[in-house]
Design a protein around this ligand. Structure first.
Ligand code: ZN
Length: 210
């Protein structure tokens, strides 16, 4: 299965420097809207509708307020992609789980305090998950901010050690774009936008073994 990973497009789908490669599955790890408002969803739907991938899945991010305020309505307004908010789906035998939460970060959507509140969300991830789609990185993996601080989620890192999925795709920390492998898991920070909110990074393609 060819998985095409993007994140943090912030509504700039028509201004991306790089084309989105074709594949079996398009994953978007959140911050999909321009301003997190209901008016932004028509553009999000148009973007997903235009993509050739047979399967398209996303989870919202901390800018995507409308998905926190009115999750059912917001997801219904993007029918061309599957919106996962602490939910899973199986596609061609591959089990995918999506979750938008991240450690508190100013006053944004899908914020939770580190510790029990976040750990409770991560415990919902089934142990047999193949692809985990989160907005936040786990702590210490592709989560280094410009100021040198690691802002990923420690509770997510702990859960990942328990379940070892094949792939964890996220974004959130734009300047930590890239990919790394640790143990059985490939980690992808697929932020399309850079720190200055310019959509300059190419999508990251991952081929999962059959
Ligand atoms: Zn972002």
């Amino acid at each position: 299965m060819r998985v095409v990973c993007i994140s943090d497009t912030h509504g700039m789908h028509r201004r991306m420097d790089h084309l989105i490669p074709d594949g079996d599955l398009l994953l978007h790890a959140g911050d999909v809207t321009k301003n997190g408002k209901i008016e932004d969803l028509a553009a999000v739907e148009a973007f997903f509708r235009e993509q050739p991938h047979p399967h398209k899945v996303f989870t919202p991010g901390n800018h995507d307020w409308i998905f926190q305020d009115e999750p059912v309505k917001a997801c219904e307004m993007v029918p061309s992609a599957i919106c996962l908010i602490d939910q899973g789906i199986e596609i061609e035998g591959v089990k995918i789980w999506g979750s938008p939460w991240q450690p508190e970060f100013h006053n944004w959507a899908f914020n939770l305090p580190p510790g029990e509140a976040l750990a409770e969300k991560w415990r919902l991830i089934p142990p047999d998950t193949d692809i985990l789609l989160t907005h936040t990185p786990p702590a210490d993996i592709l989560d280094r901010c410009k100021n040198g601080e690691h802002k990923g989620c420690r509770d997510l890192a702990a859960r990942l050690r328990e379940i070892s999925p094949l792939l964890n795709v996220f974004g959130h920390i734009h300047e930590a774009y890239g990919q790394e492998t640790h143990g059985n898991t490939k980690f992808v920070n697929a932020s399309i936008c850079n720190l200055g909110y310019r959509p300059v990074n190419p999508p990251i393609v991952v081929d999962l073994a059959e």
